[in-house]
Design a protein around this ligand. Sequence first.
Ligand code: SF4
Length: 95
Amino acid sequence: MNDKIPEKIEDKLFSIKYKTDAHCHLRPDQSKCLQCLEKTCTIICPANVYCYNETEKKLVVSYEKCLECGACRIACKHIQWEYPKSGKGVQFKKG
Ligand code: SF4
């Protein structure tokens, strides 16, 4: 096994850079989140962008660390999804 290849996803995410857009490109319909039992977005996102705050009954979206993979867009039809403005968002080193 190659020691230089990170094993955990957190180690892989550490090598990624972001140019944060002031505009949030992920907009869930919070009224639907309240009714949703599965909260699939909190499970499916590899970057842990979504976190449901039980106290405030609100989905917290840390869009700044989004990988733009589109998984949440497929998993939930109540998330309005668009790419960040040109030049903003995730910056992959090797791709
Ligand atoms: Fe997470 Fe991918 Fe959705 Fe970004 S596009 S929030 S990385 S699931």
